[in-house]
Design a binder for this molecule. Structure first.
Ligand code: HEM
Length: 205
């Protein structure tokens, strides 16, 4: 499916790309099918192999409705955090208050797509911690260039993300599923946060 960070969605015949975040040649369409035995525990992630397997399967339903899930997530984010909404108004000149405003705003939609593509890539490569951490760190670093951006804002996405997952999964959203999704999104957002801190340190040197 290509690379979320560089927006280069083309891949080589062998399914690999050579962008900065895939320096190790990690397959961008890493296999997510197969039995639970292919999902191994990795101490760097807060999820067991079995939890990663379960998330990977459940995520397919969200992946099929990814743009709707992204819109629900951002509307929920803007309802809860006016400061983030105002940042987008200023930075992207995108005055969005409702779902219909969001549906009409191309610049903001492009960011929603970038965010969801990143989360999709993360959810489909949970079993490849090297790639996952490199990719998310790099994307966190890219946000250093936005004047006035606060890295804490990444963390505000946790609840809106869970709202969108619940909205999409309906009755399939069980308590144990919620627990798995919460662990996964926290890991994703914490890694973006750490990437931002790394990028900031480099830019100050
Ligand atoms: C609320 C927090 C966030 C804010 C305020 C924010 C802000 C921005 C802005 C202003 C841009 C530039 C958009 C443009 O030029 O059209 C951007 C790009 C991007 N954002 Fe975010 N972002 C946030 C959270 C996230 C999250 C959580 C992810 C991933 C899960 C993400 C992934 C991306 C990606 C992949 C790009 C494109 C990077 C690039 O062009 O170099 N963002 N973000």
């Amino acid at each position: 499916m290509g690379c979320a960070a560089t927006k280069d969605y083309s891949t080589q015949a062998n399914g690999k790309c050579n962008c900065k975040c895939h320096q190790n040649g990690a397959p961008t369409n890493a296999p997510t099918d197969g039995g639970v035995e292919k999902f191994t525990d990795d101490p760097r992630l807060p999820l067991s192999g079995r939890q990663k397997f379960s998330l990977t399967k459940s995520w397919k339903a969200i992946s099929r409705n990814i743009s709707q899930a992204g819109m629900v997530m951002f509307v929920s984010l803007f309802e809860k955090h006016e400061v983030v909404r105002l940042f987008f108004v200023k930075t992207l000149n995108a005055d969005v208050k409702s779902l219909s405003d969001l549906a009409e705003n191309k610049k903001l939609q492009s960011h929603v797509a970038s965010v969801m593509l990143t989360i999709d890539e993360a959810m489909t490569t949970l079993n490849d911690a090297d790639h996952l951490i490199d990719m998310l760190t790099h994307i966190g670093e890219t946000h250093v260039r936005f004047a006035g951006f606060l890295p804490e804002w990444f963390l505000l996405i946790e609840e809106p993300f869970l709202v969108a997952v619940k909205d999409t999964l309906g009755e399939r959203y069980t308590l144990s599923m919620e627990d798995n999704y919460r662990k996964a999104i926290r890991f994703i957002l914490d890694t973006l946060f750490a990437g931002f801190a790394k990028g900031k340190k480099i830019s100050n040197e």
